[in-house]
Design a protein. Structure first.
Length: 250
């Protein structure tokens, strides 16, 4: 999978990112370009919860990021975006939804739809039973190793990952928008990568350093083609929900 409108040299450099980071942005790039087509002069994308310039590396459009932690172009909450209706061609949110309490997720999506002209694209870890149990185990392992909860896994466990029932609820409550959902990744493989990194954090010696280097290298996107599918398999790691507004213009 590649961002087809980008120079080949840039697409190749992106493959040296960790797979998990690469996958979410590469898939969003592909789906967004399929949804809105060739970039126009006035096309702007809002990346809610994103970091400055990260998504822009994958897209031919202009991107503005907003984040509550100050890492974006703008500081602000996705539940109260400081923009008028239909300010952006599309709104993207990558791995943010799972950090919101369940009762805040639908209002968050409504707010994203409010400021989007064409569509909203949301990516988040997919909450199958196996994935939820895996993350609980990894969070417990991290707490034992470091004496504190993992900054992201702790919230995943506390708030719960969105699953099939919640995705259906979004579709029911956001009509008449059109919905398409896709899945990618393998939580079991990515969990093993995380576990090896945690277990090796206090060990010393040349062999351990070489093993950690191997683990980091083996996790690069260069060695793991992204496989996007329309139905979740047993190990699906992330869903990509495309919400297209019915009244979208040309």
């Amino acid at each position: 999978m590649s961002s087809s409108n980008l120079p080949i040299s840039r697409r190749f450099r992106l493959l040296f990112m960790p797979y998990d980071l690469y996958e979410r942005h590469a898939v969003v790039s592909r789906l967004l370009q399929e949804a809105i087509g060739n970039g126009q002069e006035d096309d702007y994308i809002l990346d809610v919860g994103g970091r400055t310039e990260l998504l822009a590396r994958f897209l031919p459009y202009r991107v503005v990021s907003a984040n509550v932690d100050g890492s974006g172009n703008l500081s602000g909450s996705g539940c109260a975006l400081p923009f008028v209706d239909s300010s952006f061609t599309a709104v993207v949110s990558i791995d943010t939804l799972e950090h919101l309490a369940r009762e805040r997720r639908l209002p968050f999506l409504r707010e994203c739809l409010r400021v989007a002209r064409r569509c909203v694209l949301v990516a988040a870890p997919f909450g199958s039973e196996g994935h939820r149990e895996c993350e609980k185990r990894l969070d417990s392992l991290y707490r034992s190793a470091y004496g504190r909860p993992h900054i992201y896994l702790g919230e995943h466990v506390r708030y719960g990952l969105p699953g099939v029932a919640e995705l259906d609820q979004f579709a029911d409550n956001l009509k008449p928008a059109n919905f398409k959902c896709f899945f990618a990744g393998n939580y079991a493989w990515q969990g093993r990568q995380f576990e090896r990194a945690v277990r090796g954090h206090r060990k010393r010696g040349l062999l351990v350093r070489l093993w950690n280097m191997y683990n980091a290298t083996a996790s690069l996107a260069l060695f793991h083609p992204v496989r996007l599918r329309e139905q979740p398999d047993a190990a699906a790691n992330r869903f990509y929900l495309l919400i297209e507004k019915k009244h979208q213009g040309a």
